[in-house]
Write a protein that binds this ligand. Structure first.
Ligand SMILES: *Cc1c(COP(=O)(O)O)cnc(C)c1O
Length: 234
């Protein structure tokens, strides 16, 4: 019998090997979806969403060579990522959860990509700290494709003003991100996001999660945010 060490989340060493195996399967699926869409697999970046998982669960992926990760809470990320980034300095960390204006300085210091700019106050807070930053994160606007009132994200009618404000304050917005409504087929929402990005001359499209990243790639995603298909249930 193998002796399994158990980490904080109760995962065993074999669970961690399974994580790496699922990761390779997701990468293979991404390559297939890219191929089907006549796209280069290398143009699609897998953002491994490690929220709720601790360093021991993330390490195997880092050791397997993966470098791009997504987190949805600033505070949780501050607990686990500074140490991991010290060990793997080329990590690219994405913030994919809501950003509060009073947390923007911390977020700017830790994250390499902030995908969730979703309102004027956050854009103003970031713009205030922007000139003093040595390392300037890439910025995406979160778009509420379903116009769901309870959900974060810029509403369709607000997008031109938000982009204009960011430009006026000296911020470069390089893409759009969306989380489609859970009870609807995602593809029409992905298509809307792709069309808007094109209209506004924005390069990056962050869309697609564990259940629908293949469809997102078909419609032009270059960041796919995949959590449970790699790390398992949260
Ligand atoms: C948690 C999360 C994901 C990953 O979801 P899975 O279904 O586990 O792949 C992607 N995007 C955002 C914004 C998330 O919060």
């Amino acid at each position: 019998m193998q002796d399994h060490s158990i980490n904080a989340k109760g995962l065993t060493v074999t669970d961690q090997q399974a994580t790496v195996q699922r990761y390779h399967e997701v990468q293979a699926n991404i390559a297939m979806a890219a191929h089907d869409a006549d796209r280069e697999p290398a143009d699609i970046c897998l953002v491994a969403v490690s929220k709720t998982f601790d360093a021991p669960d993330i390490l195997p992926l880092l050791e397997a060579g993966h470098r791009v990760f997504g987190e949805n809470r600033v505070q949780e990320s501050q607990k686990k990522w500074p140490d991991l980034k010290a060990r793997f300095p080329d990590v690219e960390l994405h913030l994919i959860g809501p950003l509060q204006s009073n947390k923007s300085r911390e977020a700017l210091a830790l994250f390499d990509v902030i995908e969730t700019l979703d309102r004027e106050s956050v854009i103003r807070a970031i713009a205030k700290d922007w000139p003093a930053l040595e390392k300037k994160p890439r910025l995406l606007v979160q778009f509420n494709t379903g116009a769901e009132p309870q959900k974060a994200g810029v509403l369709p009618q607000e997008l031109p003003d938000i982009l204009a404000l960011a430009a006026e304050l000296g911020l470069t917005i390089s893409g759009l991100m969306c989380i489609p409504p859970v009870d609807q087929p995602p593809s029409p929402h992905f298509a809307v996001l792709a069309r808007l990005a094109k209209t506004h001359g924005l390069t990056h499209l962050s869309m697609g999660m564990s259940a629908d990243y293949a469809e997102a790639i078909q419609l032009g995603a270059d960041y796919v945010r995949v959590g449970s298909a790699i790390f398992g249930h949260r």
